[in-house]
Design a protein around this ligand. Structure first.
Ligand code: TYD
Ligand code: MG
Length: 461
């Protein structure tokens, strides 16, 4: 038997070293090196990894440079997942041969989502590999989802060599792996979930996907600090990284693109967890605008964009006199530095006394938003709460606020206007610079172009 060989791996970035190091030279993190056993079983490599022997042939075939003009571009034929939200975050469907990683906290619904997608891929042969649950558990979940799929195969196996053997026999059209942290390859001796195992198993799956053109959907766990467990390189290796997030106590789930080689990363899918699986939320503005019958102070509606999709969100602010020394500023779903800046602008440019007040800000629905177009809604909500004067609920706002209190233009105002109109808003406050190029008469919504924050505040209150 070969001598046991060990290497030290940085648990943060996946860098390796022959000896233990206190500080990783590649990512700069301290105390991240962990010893892992790796032993190359070179006795029979071909039987192990995904057709390891073919890689020899392909690497020796040298590529030649080609003039850009000679390269024929074919529109990738994408596989429709029959789930509009997933199609959108993937950039228009599943690309053949792509490796997609779906990360999320335990219990958020990753397995549910993947099983549901697998069940919707009718007329295809799907292999659902699970190292987490038993066949019975998966069957129970499938029953709960209330769907049937004759071509869906469940394999409870964690050894990649065995998995590939089954894949060879079954020849599936799509493979789902739940989860990458449970897989292990015999090529590497370290335990499942370790850096070297995760890397090796991902490499094997990547090679399989690229060689056969079969898309592979990988589920990955998320550590406490929110990153996908395992080395950062896992994210570099796959084509697409999606994150499934949401508050476990709320029913809404958000599928967000973190990385996508085949589309935009600004996309967002919204689901609602129900008794019988995840329901696509095709009109998110309706759920984001909390139902209220009376007009309350401290609420302003912002017209924002997530990816290509306009969303109307409710910005809630609570401004109360500070009881103890330093006033508190707390923000959920909105950058707290940006909130501080907007409060300073309100104080300096509009003469509001906020220095003696606690300010709490919340974006309804559990969304995290970074669109600067929300600035104006944030300011309006704060002023509304401070003066305890509600904003009429047919009003929405979309503009960035500059440091000198100027109202700045935002991108794609036409989309924001159409969405607001569709949802029944009657008036919208925007920047005067946005108003210039637009044919405002086209919209059935009254537009108030403004140049300065003061003008908006006088208009509103
Ligand atoms: P699960 O997919 O197991 O999460 P993950 O794979 O990310 O760990 O789902 C977790 C939760 O979803 C679980 O608490 C039960 C709930 N759930 C529903 O509310 N409705 C359903 O139809 C299903 C299948 C699960
Ligand atoms: Mg799971």
């Amino acid at each position: 038997m070969a001598k046991v060989k060990t290497l030290f791996f940085c648990q943060n970035c996946g860098a390796q070293s022959a000896k233990w190091i206190g500080r990783c030279p590649s990512c700069g993190e301290w105390n991240t090196y962990v010893e892992e056993v790796i032993e190359k079983t070179d006795t029979n490599p071909a039987a192990n990894a995904w057709k390891a022997s073919t890689s020899v042939g392909s690497t020796t075939k040298a590529a030649k440079p080609k003039p850009l003009g000679d390269i024929i571009y074919e529109e990738e034929s994408r596989l429709n997942t029959h789930d509009a939200e997933l199609n959108r975050v993937l950039g228009g469907g599943l690309v053949p041969g792509s490796l997609v990683l779906i990360g999320g906290e335990p219990g958020i619904g990753k397995s549910t989502l993947m099983l549901q997608i697998a069940m919707q891929l009718r007329n295809l042969r799907i292999l659902y590999v699970s190292g987490e649950e038993s066949e019975q558990q998966i069957k129970m979940r499938a029953e709960r989802l209330g769907q049937q799929h004759p071509g869906l195969y469940i394999l409870t196996e964690t050894n990649t060599q065995n998995i590939f053997r089954q894949i060879d026999q079954l020849q599936p059209n799509v493979v789902v792996v739940d989860s990458i942290q449970t897989l292990h390859s015999t090529i590497v001796e370290a335990g499942p979930g370790s850096v070297s195992q995760v890397r090796e198993c991902t490499t094997e799956l990547l090679k399989y996907a690229k060689d056969t053109g079969v898309p592979v959907l990988l589920i990955g766990h998320i550590t406490k600090d929110g990153s996908i467990a395992g080395p950062k390189i896992l994210e570099h290796m796959v084509d697409t990284v999606l994150q499934f997030e949401g508050d476990r106590h709320l029913t809404y789930r958000i599928l967000r693109t973190i990385k996508n080689r085949f589309g935009s990363t600004a996309e967002l899918g919204i689901y609602e967890m129900q008794g019988a699986g995840l329901r696509q939320v095709s009109n998110p503005s309706e759920i984001l605008l909390s139902q209220r019958t009376e007009q309350l102070s401290g609420i302003a509606i912002g017209a924002t964009l997530e990816g290509n999709r306009p969303l109307l969100v409710e910005v809630q602010a609570l401004v109360t006199p500070a009881t103890y020394g330093t006033p508190q500023r707390s923000s959920t779903g909105f950058d707290s530095k940006r909130l501080q800046m907007l409060l300073a602008v309100l104080e300096k440019r509009s003469g509001l006394r906020l220095g003696q007040h606690d300010v709490f800000l919340n974006i309804a629905g559990g969304l995290r938003l970074e669109d600067p177009a929300l600035d104006l809604a944030v300011c309006a909500a704060v002023v509304s709460s401070l003066n305890d004067v509600p904003i009429r609920n047919e009003i929405c706002l979309a503009a960035e606020v500059g440091l000198s209190g100027e109202i700045r233009a935002v991108s794609r105002l036409d989309q924001r206007l159409s969405e607001s109109e569709k949802l029944g808003f009657a008036e919208m406050y925007i920047s005067q610079f946005n108003a210039k190029g637009l044919d405002l008469a086209r919209y059935g919504i009254r537009v108030h172009p403004a140049g300065r924050l003061d003008e908006v505040l006088t208009g509103l209150f």
